[in-house]
Design a binder for this molecule. Structure first.
Ligand SMILES: [Zn+2]
Length: 71
């Protein structure tokens, strides 16, 4: 189920709560704090407006392949 986590993260970003939620809510991605004990918030890499923490982001493999419809 979490085999994809054996691979290095797809990307590492500093995300504010707002931008982290976008990835958390996207079923195509798996997001985890890079450093759970990090206490210093840094400027978000995505919006550059808010501060947040470093996150590691994996792109989930697309296991489900819809068969082509036969006509
Ligand atoms: Zn942000």
């Amino acid at each position: 189920m979490t085999d994809f986590k054996k691979h290095p993260p797809y990307m590492e970003l500093c995300l504010c709560r707002r931008c982290a939620d976008v990835y958390f809510n996207d079923p195509a991605y798996w997001v985890e704090r890079s450093n759970p004990i990090q206490t210093v918030r840094e400027l978000c890499d995505v919006c550059s407006q808010y501060r947040g923490f470093d996150y590691s982001i994996w792109k989930k493999p697309s296991n489900v392949r819809l068969p082509k419809s036969h006509r």
